[in-house]
Design a binder for this molecule. Structure first.
Ligand code: AQP
Length: 327
C-alpha cells in the first residue's frame, strides 16, 4: 500500500509564492510516489465574507491553476470540498469533542479575528474542526503544509487520538510535513509577516500568474535593510526571505549562493531572485492560459475527483457516526 497524503488550499484569491513553495510544489513532487488527495477548501473560505459570484469563479480557477502547476489527476485526486457533505458532517462530530479552550488557542483564529473585527463568526472559531474532518476522513499518513498550519494539524491529531481512545480505533493519526526552506515565505513589503492572499498590498506578494514585468517591478520594491550585506542572517528579515526563496527555486547550496553574491549589492540579488521566480512561474502561466479556456475539462476532472474522494470519505464518516451512536 502506498502512503496516503492529504492537503488543501482555499480559493480566496490567486495563489502566491508562499502557497506554491510552502505547499503546492511539495504536492507535485509527492504525487509521484504516494496516493495523494488534494482539496479546494471553499467551505473554509466562507469563514471570511466572500462575494458569492467571485468565490464560485475562483474555485474553478484555482483548480485550473493547480493543474497548471503540475497536479496530475492520473496520479492524484483533486476535488472541491463542498461537493462532499461528509466534511461538514464529520466536523460537527469533532466539534463536540474539542474544547472551547483548545480552539481559542489557535493563532490563526486570533490573527483573522483581528483582521476582520466585524465578522468574528462561529465558523472562524470552529475552522480547525473542519480541517480535522478534511484530514481524518481520508485515512491519511501525512499532510504537507506551510508552517502556519502546524497548530491545526496538531489539533487534528489530538482529537483523533481522543476519539479513538473513547470509542475504539476509528481514525488514522496523521503527521504534518513541512518544506525545509520555505515553510513560511514572508511578505515582500513587510518581511515580519507571512505572504498572504488577503494582504491589501499587491506588492507584498508574487502571485503565480504575475507577468515577468510585474515580478521584476515587485522585486524592485521589496523591503531589504541598510546593512548592505548579503548573508543568510535571519535578523536581516527581507534579505533572508529573498535568499531562501532563491535557494528553494534554484536548489543551489548556501556556499554557492554566498559565492555568487560576494561583492554584489541588493539590486543584483533582487534581479536574480526575480529571474528565478519568472523561470519557475512563466510555464505555469502558459499552461493556465490554455486550461482556463477549457473549464468544462477542468469541471469534469473535479467531478471525477469528488466521486473517488467520496468513496473513501463516506466509509470513515459512517463509522464515526455509528461510533457515537447516531442513527
Ligand atoms: N506565506 C506562506 N509560506 C508558506 N506556506 C504558506 N501557506 C500559506 N501561506 C504561506 C500554505 O499554503 C497552503 C494553502 O493555504 P490556504 O489557502 O489555506 O491559505 P492560508 O494558510 O490561510 O494563507 P493565505 O494563502 O495567506 O490565505 P489568506 O490570506 O486567505 O489567509 C497551506 O498549506 C499553507 O500552510
Amino acid at each position: 500500500m502506498k502512503e496516503r497524503v492529504f492537503s488543501a488550499i482555499q480559493p480566496t484569491g490567486i495563489i502566491h509564492l508562499g502557497n506554491y513553495l510552502g505547499a503546492v510544489k511539495q504536492w507535485v513532487q509527492t504525487q509521484k510516489h504516494t496516493d495523494c488527495i488534494f482539496c479546494i477548501a471553499n467551505t473554509h473560505a466562507i469563514t471570511i465574507r466572500q462575494n458569492p459570484q467571485t468565490l464560485h469563479a475562483t474555485t474553478y480557477n484555482l483548480a485550473a491553476i493547480l493543474l497548471a502547476c503540475g497536479i496530475d489527476t492520473e496520479q492524484a485526486t483533486l476535488f472541491i470540498q463542498s461537493s462532499i457533505d461528509a466534511h461538514t458532517a464529520l466536523a460537527w462530530i469533532l466539534e463536540c469533542h474539542l474544547s472551547m479552550g483548545e480552539l481559542s488557542r489557535m493563532t490563526q483564529f486570533k490573527d483573522k479575528s483581528q483582521k476582520h473585527p466585524k465578522n468574528i463568526n462561529a465558523g472562524l472559531f470552529n475552522y480547525p474542526a473542519l480541517m480535522a474532518a478534511d484530514i481524518l476522513l481520508y485515512d491519511v499518513d501525512s499532510v504537507p503544509v506551510g508552517d502556519d498550519q502546524r497548530q491545526h494539524v496538531e489539533l487534528a491529531r489530538d482529537v483523533a487520538i481522543r476519539f479513538n481512545h473513547e470509542y475504539g480505533e476509528t481514525f488514522k493519526i496523521p503527521k504534518a510535513v513541512f518544506p525545509t526552506l520555505t515553510a513560511r515565505v514572508m511578505s515582500l513589503t513587510d518581511p515580519s509577516k507571512k505572504m498572504s492572499k488577503s494582504d491589501d498590498n499587491p506588492n507584498s506578494m508574487i502571485t503565480i500568474l504575475d507577468s515577468p514585468e510585474t515580478v521584476r517591478a515587485k522585486l524592485k520594491k521589496a523591503t531589504t535593510d541598510s546593512l548592505g550585506q548579503i548573508a543568510f542572517n535571519p535578523e536581516q528579515k527581507g534579505v533572508y526571505n529573498l535568499l531562501t526563496i532563491y535557494q528553494s527555486l534554484t536548489g543551489y547550496n548556501t556556499e554557492s549562493i554566498l559565492g555568487e553574491f560576494e561583492g554584489k549589492g541588493y539590486g543584483t540579488l533582487k534581479e536574480r531572485v526575480g529571474e528565478a521566480i519568472i523561470a519557475e512561474i512563466a510555464p505555469i502561466g502558459e499552461r493556465y492560459a490554455v486550461l482556463s479556456k477549457n473549464m468544462q475539462y477542468v469541471q469534469k476532472i473535479l467531478q471525477e475527483g469528488a466521486r473517488k474522494a467520496n468513496e473513501i470519505a463516506s466509509v470513515r464518516y459512517t463509522l464515526a457516526k455509528e461510533r457515537v451512536g447516531l442513527v
